[in-house]
Write a protein that binds this ligand. Sequence first.
Ligand SMILES: Cc1ncc(COP(=O)(O)O)c(C=O)c1O
Length: 387
Amino acid sequence: MKDYVMTTLKTLTCQKRLFDIPPHVTYLNAAYISPIMTESAKIGKKAVATKMHPWEITINDFIDLPKKACAIMSKMIGAEEHDVALIPSASYGIGIAALNLPLKRGQKILLLSEQFPSNVYPWQVMAKACGAEIITIARPKNGDWTTALCNAIDQDTAIVACGQVHWIYGSKLDLVKVGKTVRAMGAALVLDLTQSLGVMPFSVRDVDPDFMVAAGYKWLLGPYSHGYIYVAPRHQNGIPLEENWFARKGSEDFSGLVDYQPDYEPGAGRFNVGERSNFMLNPIAIHGLEQLNSWGADAIEAYVSKLTEKIAENAKDLGLIVADKAYRSSHLIGLEFRQTMPKELATVLAKKKIFVSMRGNTMRVSSHIYNDEHDVDNLFSVLKELL
Ligand SMILES: Cc1ncc(COP(=O)(O)O)c(C=O)c1O
């Protein structure tokens, strides 16, 4: 008889108590920037204070902090520790991918329409330099971007660059399917998971991207100017964006730094940003990642999906357009107005301390583990009055 391993999903409750969100604030805007936890802020203050006493900063601090951040991130994405490096922004990571992927005249780079600019500008520059073409996949009416994207991938496709969730509309992509289609055509897959990592399950083992990047200041509950890149082993001999000394082999021996080294650190080590040891940001980032890993992305997704479901139902009742349930994410949803959005909406919401993002004619509402049903009720009490 076959053995079955039963895994049960943890049921999470609202974790607002871990954050410093006052009762009069309705913060439905993690897609813009998330709060860090109160404990992370304490850890951060302590970390800032170490700079008052630099004599207490040891060589191990230089080595262990970034290593730990990479190790926890690799756990989150099912990678090996040495496949992950630290970067200051998603755009830095996409820059690494663009520098290392082959592209020939006449080939195509596929992007989604209205994709975040960090994952567009580097491709525009690369396409121009190589005589390649950018193909933008239009937004499908029902939000099924997976089918539209997979249908567009052909033998001339060199690179597909997208996310797991559209940053404005919240439409989700099935990256396992996209990854399979990309590989079948011999193309490369570059992922910007800034709007999903931490709150949506993802594994490099299932998707096999060439590069994956994520900024840490949104869903990863981390600080600004701190993010991650996963580099598939097949690209780990590539060219880094900068030649920082700490990425060279043996650099932890500070007494031998002028024995200049031709070799880099193993794995993705060469792609780390200069000054990756960042004593102030790494401890905050590490605490956020550890907490997320202990909850688990699938459990967080299950928690926020109930809120997003309620948001979608309320929005539909008000005549707003939302993507079909099968194609929308559980944490980020775009509510599109049929007519022009009322001008006073943003001001009224801000006055009531209700925070969402306006992107064009779409209101983006994003829920994290600190949100609850009251937040949704607060938002819709205002919308019902105005619409
Ligand atoms: C999808 C996506 N990627 C990346 C970023 C941030 O990019 P960067 O880290 O290059 O500033 C954002 C910010 O809103 C985003 O929505």
